[in-house]
Each structure stands twice: as C-alpha cells, then as structure tokens.
Design a binder for this molecule. Sequence first.
Ligand code: BES
Ligand code: ZN
Ligand code: ZN
Length: 487
Amino acid sequence: MELILSRTPAAAIEADALLVISFTDERAGNDLTEGLVSELYDRGEFTGKALETAIVHRPGPLRAARLVLLGGGDKAKFGPNDMRKLGGLAVRTLKPKGFKNIAIALSGELLSVKMVEALVEGAILGDFEPDQLKTDKKNADKKIEQFRISVPDETVELVNALRSGRAIGEAQNFARTLVNQPGNLLTPLKLAAEAKTMAEEFGLGCEILDEAQMRQLGMGALLGVSMGSAEPPAFVILRYTPPSPPTTEDHLAIVGKGVTFDTGGISIKPSDGMEKMKYDMGGAAAVFGAMRAIAQLKPAIPVTAIAPCVENMPGSKAQRPGDIVTTYQGKTVEVLNTDAEGRLILADALTYAARHGCTHLVNAATLTGAIAVALGHLYSGVFSNNEELQAKVLSASKLEGERMWPFPMDEDYKEYLKSAFADIGNIGGRWGGSITAAKFLEEFVENKPWVHLDIAGVAWLDDGKPFLAKGPTGTPVRTFVRLALNW
Ligand code: BES
Ligand code: ZN
Ligand code: ZN
C-alpha cells in the first residue's frame, strides 16, 4: 500500500473513495456533497457513532466515485487512538469490496502530526492478514494500492509523521508475521535467523549466542527449559547505536520472551487450546519489531534488544519438576513447575542485560494465564521496581493506545516463592500468579530500574475487530518505540 501526502482539495480528489470522518454531534462533508450527508443522518442511515460506516455512490459534486462515511463518535473525545482505528476500519471495510485507491482530507482538529501518524499506522495494521500460509490466493488481487492523505500544506512535520507512522505500522506487522508462524516452521534458530536478516537490512548490530556459549556463561535456567526439545536454543542480541554521540548516559534494554512453542514441558498443558502456544514468542517478536522501527526513526538513546529463544517440550532429556538449576546470576531455582518456563529464560536474559551495559530494563512476556483472569484481553499488566521508569512506560503506552495497568509489588509477595531446597522456587502458588511471576523476575535484574509487561492477555486477538484481523496483535511494539523516541 502506497501512502501519499498531497494538497489536492477534497472535492477534486480522484479516487475510488473519499473518506469522511463524521461524528454523532457534528456532521462532516455536508458542504462537499450538497446535503447528502445530512440526508443520511436525517433518515437514520448513519448516526456518526464510533466505527460506523456508510457508502454513498456517485456523491454529488465530488470527483471521487464513492463517499465513505466513517463514524468518529463524540467529536470532543476523538483523538489519535480513534484515528488509528478508523485507518484500519477504512482499509478492512473497502479492501474486500475491491476498492484500490482511497483518500481522505484532513483539516482542523483532525489535522496534526499525531493524527496523521496514527491514521497511517492504523491503515497499515488494518491491511495485515494472517493468511500467509493459505495457498488459495483468491483475494490476492484485492489490495488497497493507494491511500492518499490530503492536507492544506505538506509541512516537514507531516511528511515525517507519515514516515514514522509507516515505520511503526510496518514494524508491528513484522512482529505479527513472526508470531503467526507455527512452531514447526518457526523454531528458536529460525526466529533468531529472522531477527538477524532484519538487523542486516536495517543496519542494526546482531549477535547470536549458541547453546555452547550459553553453557559457558552459565545460563542454567535458560538451558534447563531448552533441554526437553530437539531444537537448539538461541540467545539473540540486537544493538542500535544513535548516529550522533548520545546526550544521555542511559542505555535501554528491551527484553522479550521467545518460547517458540510452549507445551508446558513435563508439567504438560491440557491439549485444548494448546495450538495457541505458538504465540509464546510474542515478547521476542515485539522487541524485534520495535528495533526495526527504532533503526529507522533513530532515537537519541542507545537500545539493545535481547531475546532468549527456546522451545518448551517434554522430550526424554526434559527437565523434571523438582530439578534445581543454577541461573546465570548465581542463584539456584527449584523448578516446581516446568510450565513456568518464561520466567526461567527471562531470569538469565535480564541478568545478561544488567551485566552488559544496559541501565534500564523493560521486558515483554506472555508470562501468565493469570494476567487475563485479572485484566481480560484489554490491558497488559505492568510490574516494576522503579516508579520513574514505570511512569515513562505508562505514558508511552497511553500515547500509543496500548492499554497497560500497574500492579502492586510489595516485598511480602516474595515469600510466596520460597523453596525448601533452593534459593527460590519458580512458582508462587495459586494466588496472585502474575505478581509472583514478576517478583521472580525482579530477583534477576540486579537492582536496575526495570519494568515487566505481562502481555499474555493481549498478544493474541481471538476474534477480529472491524479495524484489525484476528490473531497476533504485535503489542507492545508501539510502546517500545515511543519509549525510546521520548526518552
Ligand atoms: N506461556 C504461558 C502463559 C500463557 C498462558 C500465555 C495463556 C498465553 C496464554 C506460561 O509459560 C505458563 O504456562 N504459565 C503458567 C504459570 C504457572 C505454571 C505458575 C500459567 O499461567 O498457567
Ligand atoms: Zn508455560
Ligand atoms: Zn510460556
């Protein structure tokens, strides 16, 4: 999809469709169409409520073949996060109907850097289909070829907004493409290879530690998880260095859980729904996606992405419940449940980040089913040892419309993790499961400011939305990118 900024006035735009955002409390586009819009409202065919659509053929004096009304809801509350959804809605509504060239004219409150960026992101996200492996390409010719955004003045700021919206949207789709690949095709080595290819294309540093190197470093927690699989593990490190000497001493690490398939290991999961455990590398995919955009948008802060990649299988060499492993940091862990594997691989990855020059750590992981019990599928859980960094992450997430909610991290929760035979157990019992998982991770960050995002409830969309396909969401790519850009 080609995204174009132009200055053609709305009425003069030649396209298959001109999009007009209209509201419950304000009718838009009426002047352009000699009253057509008002007629729709008066007849109750369109009310302007959020995500509503109406298609009008041969609309009055417009050069466009169709007028497509998009409902914006209450105008006073309309913001970039609503704009992002409308971008996706337009593409997902019109693409299956064979529209090829669509356009929108932005002015007034709807015209700003954030609005253009969000619209572009939304259009690109809406364009993603999780059908890469279907051989029946009957819809292959149904493509939005051009999405034109008409503005009164093509300022440098707006040109940049289009560019960054595109970079971020494509980065998030890159993450979604990775997550969508099943476990047989996307093994840990394959995931690492995909990260490497991307890093080479976008000029990032890339280092991949193999099993022998991990053994040498003493990453016993990560290797314990990997033992049950015939697929070797990979420890991926991607490096972004700002073009001009950094103005900050800070160095951000983004760390993502990369379990390419989670059977649970010997503490095996029930088979119902297990197929979805291919998305257990959603954290790793999100950090790779974020780095893809960061490489293009060049924030001032150095960023290192780290992804421990493994498969959690119950093979004959698998670790057993009750096994005790020694982490990279040195603490021993009693593996009371082999299905609590994410925290084991992240423990070693977080310590690695802390010991290799990163000053601030943010990780994303599909870590616990309990987070969806607490928050449903709308919010990621936020867990931190540092209020300042947590506030930064929350503000980035708010700007990007990726909802996140902070949880308590009182010291008392640590008691839930005690083990009779090792320094710590890897599970904390029935209650507060997402918090005890986070308390486990906290033990391995070496007192660095750290935020953990539990994305198990939001990384996968069971039912598609009018603006987004079902399947992998790519959360929290945008928050990571914004965090780095606004540092
Ligand atoms: N990958 C799962 C968490 C998960 C569950 C992600 C549902 C997405 C959807 C994780 O490795 C896991 O199995 N966690 C266990 C922890 C328990 C054994 C303490 C869980 O949540 O049940
Ligand atoms: Zn698990
Ligand atoms: Zn898992």
